[in-house]
Design a protein around this ligand. Structure first.
Ligand code: GLU
Length: 516
C-alpha cells in the first residue's frame, strides 16, 4: 500500500449529483491505480443546509456504483470521526492557533455594523465590499481593539467570528495537476471567516485542517472549488504545513447536453434524463414539488458498470480508441494528466449507448436477477431459467433494463395486441391452409430447437415455392403480434411445441376474422 491518500468530501445538502459521483470515481481510480487509500469525509458544518438522508444516499450511491471508499464515514479508520460536525473542538483549537500566531483575528462586528460598512462603501462608489486589509483596521476586531477589550468581549460572551488575515500585496501560486500554474493576487481575496459565530468552522477551515490531519496527499475536486484554493494555500502557509500541502487537481465542469452552460439538477426534468445516481427521495416517495424528487440512473434501468464507464469519459480519455472499460481496466488506464481542462458535455445518447453495450454483454442470469422484481410486479410467474432465456432473446435490442420485460409481454403470456395493419398486408384468403400445413410440419419435428426448426421451415418453403417474405412475417405476427422482437425460431424454441402450436392456431383464426 502506497502513502497516497485521497478523499471525497461531499456536503450532505441533498442527493449526490452525478458530477459528485464523477469526482468520487476519479478519486477512487487514482487511489486504486497507485495502491493508495480512498477516504470518505462528510462535510456537514453548514447546519442550515443539512438534509436528513443525504449521507445514506451518498453511501448507497457509491455502493451501487461499486466505488466504495476504503476508509471514512460509514466504514471506519484511524482518523475517525469522519463527520465534521463531530470534530468541532479540533477546528476551534486550530483557529485559535492561527489567532495566536497572527494569521487570524477575532471580528466582533454585528450583522448591522457589517451592513453599515457595506452601505458606506457603496455610497463611496465601491459596490463590491469585501472584508479585507482595506477595511479590517476600522472594524471591531482584535487588530483594532486593545487586548483587554478583546478579552472583555470574549468573557462577556459577545458574538464573534475568527477571520483569516490575508497578507497584503502578494501573489499566491500553486500548481494544479490538470491546469498547471494558478495564481491569485491577495488583493482579490477577502479575509474569509474561519470560525462562525455558532461555533462551527466554515468549509475552508474544516477542509484544510482535516485534509492535513487525515494526511491527504492529493485533492481531486470540481472546478467550482478552484477560486477557494488561494485561501486554502494561505491557510496551509499560516499553519506552517506547506511542506505537506496536498497536490490539487480541479476537474472540468460537466456541461448540459446542448453544451449551453453547466449541467444543473433541473436539467434532468428538462431533458428527460437522470442526473443523479439513485432516485430521491429514496423509497420512491414523491414530494410535492417535482424539483426535489426525481428518478436516478438506477431507476431508469442503467447498469452501474455502464454509468461508471460513461462518467469516466466525462472529462478523461485514455488517448486510444477504446471506449469500453471495466472498472479494473479504468483503474489501470487512469491518470490525472489525461483529464481535460475544458468542460465535458453530458451526452445522454452516449450514456444510453453505453448501457446498450453493457446489457448486450451481460450474463443472462445476471440480467434475470436484475429484472426479476419488475417481472413479478407485472405478475409474470416464470422460472429463473425461463427469465434468463427471455433476457437472452431481448438484450440485443434493449436500452434499459426494464425493456427486457416491458417489450416482451408476449413471451410471458398470450399475445394481447396484434399489429392489424401488417396482418392485413400479409394474410390472404388462401393463407390458412398453407400455414396450417406448415404448423403440422413443425409440430412433427423431433427436436423443437431453433436450428432444426429453421431447416424445417426452409424445406417447407422450397417444397411449396414460397418466399421468406410470404412466410416469416406471418409467423412473427402469430407468435408476437408485432413485427419487432427476437428471431422467430428462437421464440419458437422458448415457447416450446405446445405453446407454439396453440399460438399459431389462435392467430390464424384471429387473422381470418380480421378479414371478415
Ligand atoms: N464539501 C465540499 C463539497 O461539497 C468539498 C469540496 C472539496 O473537495 O474540497 O463539494
Amino acid at each position: 500500500m502506497s502513502n497516497i491518500r485521497v478523499r471525497f468530501a461531499p456536503s450532505p445538502t441533498g442527493a449526490l449529483h452525478i458530477g459528485g459521483v464523477r469526482t468520487a470515481l476519479y478519486n477512487y481510480l487514482f487511489a486504486k491505480k497507485h495502491g493508495g487509500t480512498f477516504v470518505l469525509r462528510i462535510e456537514d458544518t453548514d447546519q442550515g443546509r443539512y438534509v436528513p438522508g443525504a449521507e445514506e444516499y451518498i453511501l448507497e450511491s457509491l455502493g451501487w456504483c461499486g466505488i466504495m471508499p476504503t476508509e471514512g464515514q460509514g466504514i471506519g479508520g484511524p482518523h475517525a470521526p469522519y463527520r465534521q460536525s463531530e470534530r468541532k473542538e479540533t477546528y476551534l483549537k486550530h483557529a485559535l492557533e492561527l489567532v495566536a500566531n497572527g494569521s487570524a483575528y477575532y471580528a466582533f462586528d454585528t450583522p448591522e455594523e457589517l451592513e453599515a460598512a457595506r452601505s458606506e462603501a457603496a455610497a463611496a462608489g465601491n459596490h463590491n465590499f469585501k472584508y479585507d486589509a482595506t477595511c479590517r483596521q476600522v472594524m471591531k476586531t482584535s487588530l483594532t481593539l486593545s487586548a483587554d477589550e478583546v478579552q472583555r468581549l470574549l468573557d462577556a460572551g459577545e458574538h464573534y467570528v475568527i477571520r483569516l488575515k490575508v497578507p497584503e500585496n502578494e501573489v499566491v501560486t500553486f500548481t494544479d495537476l490538470i491546469r498547471g500554474e494558478v495564481s491569485f493576487h491577495t488583493s482579490e481575496l477577502d479575509d474569509k471567516v474561519l470560525m462562525k459565530s455558532d461555533g462551527m468552522p466554515t468549509y475552508h477551515l474544516a477542509n484544510i485542517v482535516d485534509d492535513h490531519l487525515m494526511e491527504i496527499t492529493h485533492v481531486i475536486r470540481g472546478e467550482e472549488w478552484l477560486p477557494s484554493t488561494g485561501h486554502h494555500v494561505l491557510l496551509y502557509r499560516a499553519f506552517g504545513w506547506e511542506a505537506t500541502m496536498p497536490q490539487f487537481s480541479h476537474l472540468p465542469l460537466i456541461l448540459r447536453p446542448d453544451g449551453k452552460g453547466k449541467l444543473s439538477k433541473r436539467d434532468g426534468a428538462k431533458f428527460g434524463m437522470p442526473v443523479f445516481p439513485l432516485s430521491w427521495p429514496q423509497g420512491g416517495k414523491k414530494t410535492e414539488t417535482a424539483e426535489d424528487s426525481f428518478e436516478g440512473f438506477r431507476e431508469f434501468g442503467f447498469l452501474p458498470q455502464a454509468v461508471i464507464n460513461f462518467l469516466a469519459f466525462l472529462g478523461w480519455n485514455p488517448g486510444t480508441e477504446q471506449e469500453i472499460f471495466s472498472l479494473e481496466e479504468l483503474c489501470e488506464a487512469f491518470s490525472l494528466e489525461k483529464i481535460s481542462k475544458s468542460g465535458a458535455r453530458f451526452d445522454y445518447d452516449k450514456a444510453k449507448w453505453y448501457n446498450q453495450q453493457y446489457l448486450h454483454a451481460a450474463a443472462d442470469a445476471d440480467l434475470a436477477a436484475h429484472v426479476r422484481p419488475l417481472a413479478e410486479a407485472k405478475g409474470y410467474q416464470v422460472s429463473d431459467e425461463y427469465l434468463a432465456k427471455v433476457c437472452h432473446l431481448m438484450k440485443g435490442r434493449a436500452t434499459f433494463l426494464p425493456d427486457l420485460v416491458e417489450q416482451s409481454a408476449y413471451l410471458f403470456g398470450d399475445v394481447q395486441v396484434f399489429d392489424n395493419e401488417n396482418i392485413a398486408k400479409r394474410w390472404k384468403p388462401e393463407s390458412r391452409p398453407v400455414f396450417e400445413a406448415l404448423a403440422e410440419h413443425l409440430k412433427a419435428q423431433p427436436a423443437f430447437v431453433a436450428a432444426p426448426l429453421e431447416e424445417a421451415v426452409k424445406a417447407f418453403m422450397a417444397d411449396r415455392g414460397l418466399k421468406p417474405g410470404e412466410v416469416m412475417p406471418v409467423l412473427r405476427l402469430s407468435l408476437a403480434g408485432t413485427m419487432q422482437g427476437p428471431g422467430v425460431y428462437e421464440m419458437m424454441e422458448l415457447l416450446g411445441n405446445d405453446r407454439t402450436m396453440d399460438r399459431l392456431e389462435k392467430a390464424f383464426g384471429y387473422f381470418d376474422a380480421q378479414m371478415a
